[in-house]
Design a protein around this ligand. Sequence first.
Ligand code: NAD
Length: 358
Amino acid sequence: MKIAILPGDGIGTEIVAEAVRVLEVLDLSFETESALVGGAAYEAHGHPLPEATLKLAQSADAVLFGAVGDWKFDTLERSLRPEQAILGLRKNLQLFANFRPAICHPQLTHASSLKPELVAGLDILIVRELTGDIYFGQPRGRRLSPDGAFEGQQEAFDTMRYSRPEIERIAHVAFQAARKRSKRVTSVDKANVLETFQFWRDVMIEVHAEYPDVELDHMYVDNAAMQLVKAPKKFDVVVTGNMFGDILSDEAAMLTGSIGMLPSASLNAANRGLYEPSHGSAPDIAGKNIANPLATILSLAMMLRFSLNQPEAAVRVETAVTRVLESGLRTADIWSEGTQRVGTREMGSAVVAAVKAA
Ligand code: NAD
């Protein structure tokens, strides 16, 4: 089996390096190959997703991705910006289902912005549809001027669109995931205002008929945003569209203390996937050895479970992370009085040691 390693930009290179060290001590026989992506690829090859990088990702069983982006690329035309690499990979690998678990580790309840009793034991799975919705709908209003400015332009627009097969396949993924958990799905929409999301709700109900053992309820996105901070433990599996999922999964991330703790998986119909932390390239802290590598290391665990069929190795990695947190080591984003502050590299070394010890 082959794993493509795409560290990307900013802290991407630092955190992926730690996840690769963890992979190496697992002693599994995987081939790995690295390539440039995002701004780094643009600077070296003139494109954020060069042909060779895409080919590598297509030939691999799984992709371990860091993060892309830097403000210095903000003036580039949209198609050349680092973030386009992610959209290109999702599209080409047909990654339609994004899994974002939001788990509040007992040792980190105080790091949440909510009261500890509201988040202790929190374990939500957000399933976000990735290929449809307003991010990809056509037609799109274009900037008329060649330099990309909106000067003098009177409108801009994006089209929200979902097809029946797109909703059906994400519905199946969510109901099947719920069967392995507490058998409850909340579908988040805006059916009261948007035709697209009334359609979404109708199709969810149709697919649900095949899963009588799973409970389904519906919630408008504004209410879901409120309930996530009011009583987050009410949720189990949340399924939603691309844009609402983008926003709600970041909100859920903060409930757990730090976005630096949250892994994610984007899967296609064949369970091949791209695994990455939920956060971005954090240019504000890049190169300082202070980024939290645990989201990336936990993404590696998801990769072992979902795409590489190594559930025991996944548990070894997750248990090692728990042990390290229990031992009191913290990167700056999750540090609190009475715990020991460590850097990216030291946190990676601690997980490596805990995996070896397990
Ligand atoms: P970000 O997630 O990079 O950072 C937000 C905040 O969280 C920053 O203060 C950052 O220091 C902190 N943070 C993020 N990851 C951390 C970690 N592992 N440890 C400790 N602190 C961490 O979001 P942003 O600042 O809005 O965006 C920065 C760049 O990343 C932009 O170019 C954006 O487009 C890009 N981005 C990329 C992805 C991706 O590659 N999937 C996702 C989101 C944003």
